[in-house]
Design a binder for this molecule. Sequence first.
Ligand SMILES: [Zn+2]
Length: 272
Amino acid sequence: MKRLQNKASSLKIRATPSGADTGLRIVSGEVVDAHGASYDGTWTYVAAKAGAGWASTAFLGPPAAAPPPPVPAPSKGILVCVDAGHGGHDSGAVSAAGVTEKALALVYAQDLRATLVGAGHRVVMTRDKDEFIPLAGRSAFSNEHRAECFISVHLNAADSKLANGAWVIHDDNSGSGPGSGKALATAIFRRMRDVPGVADADAAEEVFPDDSPPVGNRDLAVLGGTRAPAVLVELGFLTNEEDFGALSTSGVRMAVVRAIAAGVQDWLAARK
Ligand SMILES: [Zn+2]
C-alpha cells in the first residue's frame, strides 16, 4: 500500500475506473491509502476519509513532507522514563552499513527527552551513554523514580529486507490495569503514522493479526516489569533500506520524536 496526496482542489471518487461519480470527494491535500491501479495506470483505487473508490492518478502524488506536529504545552508536566534499547555489548539490530540499533536508539531517546522537556515534562533516562543495562534493571529504574509513563525506543530487524514500518508495542499486563499501555501505544502510533515514510499498516498487519495493527500486544519483560503504562516503539526496520534511510535523517528524526511527544500529550489529555 502507498500513501498518496490529492494535489487537486477536490477530487471525485468514482465507482469504477472512469465510471459513475459516487458523489464522494477527496478534499484538497488529503492523504489517502492507494490500494491498486487500473490496467493503464490512469485510475487509482483509494481509501479516502469520505470512502473508497477510483480517483484520477494524475492528481495524486507523493505526500508532501508534513511539518512536524506542534507539541501543545501540557497543563501539568509528568515524569516520563525514556529507555534507549540495548547498549554496551548488546548492539541490537545492525544495518547493512553497520549502524547499530543501540547507537541510533540513543540518539532518538536523547532528542525525545529534549522534546518532552521542552513541552514541560520531566524525563529520566535508563541510559544516557553506551552501556549495558539488563531489562529488569530498566523496569526497576522506572519504578524507583515513580515514572508516570515508560517509553522504550528500538529499531526493528527482519530476515526479509522488505519488512518495514513502525510498530508500537504494549503489554496488557503492564501498568495500572489491562490496556493502560494500549491507550498510550495507540495515541503514539496515531501521531507517528502522520510522519511521511514512517508507517506501513500492511507490513504490520502480518505481524499483529490479533490486535489493531500496527499497535500490538506482546509479553515483553521490559514492559511487563514496569508499573507505569509502558510502550516499546519500534521506529522502523534497520534492515529495510527505505526505513533506515529516512530514520537516519535529522528531519525525520525530529518529526518522529515530536510525534511521540504529541502522542504522550494526546494520551494525557484523554485521561482527564
Ligand atoms: Zn531492540
